[in-house]
Design a protein around this ligand. Structure first.
Ligand code: PLP
Length: 227
């Protein structure tokens, strides 16, 4: 772990930006260490891993789910998750709503957009998302709350390209805000920026940065990324 880097990031980010410490693949002891330093917001991308960590760690941690979510895994996180960043279909949102209702909860969710040039990244395109927001069924979902947007830039050294992709996400946010959420104060988050690109993301208007390896060190994967 790199505690100095963690402290440096906290110092350099503006007050309106929240740091999500992305602890995926890392042991609970690492999370505990950061918790002792005051960190309360953590991000995970696997539902079962998140549930296991939730069960053994302090209950005032705010857990953000940031990975691709399969409908049959919603049940693992629905009772406690603070925010789901990765809504990429109407079906997923409806299913989260249904399960959240069983738990008497309203779960904050972000609409994930495909802003990168890479094919592999999940997310809505703009028209698909508008179709959902205009669907009469959408207005009936009372156990989810759309809190903003999320996106991932292309993995590239081209900083200008990354900047443009983040700018594009900010544009999407503003269009949705004025067309669908103008009287909704909860629609306010732009989740963008990771270890390699968070300064650009903040400059382009990010409110939630998701940082893993800069804080916890490189990850070792033994599992496929999208289970
Ligand atoms: C892993 C992950 C991150 C953190 O990535 P780092 O480059 O390690 O900071 C952020 N967002 C998502 C969606 C991730 O899956």
């Amino acid at each position: 772990m790199n505690i100095e880097k963690y402290k440096k990031i906290l110092q350099e980010i503006p007050e309106n930006v929240t740091l999500i410490a992305v602890s995926k693949t890392k042991p609970a002891s690492d999370i505990e260490t950061l918790y002792q330093l005051g960190q309360r917001v953590f991000g995970e991308n696997k539902a079962q891993e998140l549930k296991e960590k939730y069960e053994i760690l302090p209950k005032d941690i705010q857990w953000h789910f940031i990975g691709h979510l399969q409908t049959n895994k919603i049940k693992y996180i629905a009772p406690f998750v603070s925010m789901i960043h990765s809504i990429d279909s109407f079906k997923l949102l409806q299913e989260i709503n249904r399960i959240a209702k069983n738990h008497n909860r309203v779960i904050p969710c972000l609409l994930q957009f495909h802003i990168a040039e890479e094919e592999s990244k999940f997310g809505f395109d703009f028209h698909e998302c508008e179709a959902m927001l205009q669907d009469p069924q959408f207005a009936t979902l009372k156990n989810i709350q759309i809190a903003g947007v999320m996106g991932m830039a292309t993995f590239t050294d081209n900083q200008e390209q990354v900047r443009q992709e983040f700018h594009h996400l900010k544009d999407i946010f503003q269009q949705l805000k004025s067309n669908y959420f103008s009287d909704n104060k909860e629609f306010k988050e732009i989740s963008m920026g990771m270890t390699d690109d968070y300064p650009i993301a903040i400059a382009e208007g990010s409110t939630l940065i998701r940082i893993g390896s800069a804080i916890f060190g490189e990850r070792q994967y033994n599992l496929p990324i999208n289970d």
